[in-house]
Design a protein around this ligand. Sequence first.
Ligand SMILES: [Zn+2]
Length: 234
Amino acid sequence: MNILAIGAHPDDLEILCGGTLAKYAKQGHKVFMAHLTSGNMGGKDISSEELAKIRDGEAKKAGEIIGAEVLGPVCEDLGVLFTPEMRSRVTDIIRQAKPDLIITHSPNDYMTDHIITSQLVFDCAFSATLPHYKTSLPAYEKITPIYYMDTLLGHKFHPEIYIDITDFFETKKAMLACHESQYKWLKGHHITDPFYMIETVARFRGLQAGVMYAEAFAPEKVWGRVAPFNLLPS
Ligand SMILES: [Zn+2]
């Protein structure tokens, strides 16, 4: 399968579904990791232009660990808005990846970039199928099922599917470790150690599912989007 994961910022996928993406890659699926923003506002002691360059390199390095193709960015931080331009850019990501499954943020996540990413992906997974909707790439006519990944620390998220990532937790950590520019920033601005955070959440989701480490998901269930089988890796 082609698996397309779309996050708002360069480190979101590593934090929220990195173990599952590593598992897909190990099973031989083609994985695309897309981030919509450049991450240029995730810091304060460095210019936003410089930060965008650093974070681009960090995202590519993290993707390399599992052999994923890294796509994006298509805008700056705080630029994820529901506009015709963003619809066109996100549609092109989908048309390029031709996914069998899309993973993205929950519509209930903690900040607007994440929430609108979720809405854009929901919209564009449909728009991408329409031959008369013109972007730089031709239509991809399959309406792709969407799985929402956990929110940050699980607030307002009700898991329906758990993926055992016990054998992939070290890989998830290694992927997150590529985002070096973010450790200090997250510890200061968000009062969170990102490694402690992913370990705590993966253990908690793991306890819920009876395994050591897990990541949680919930499928989008509206007409036309429901798949008659589980598309996530077992
Ligand atoms: Zn984010």
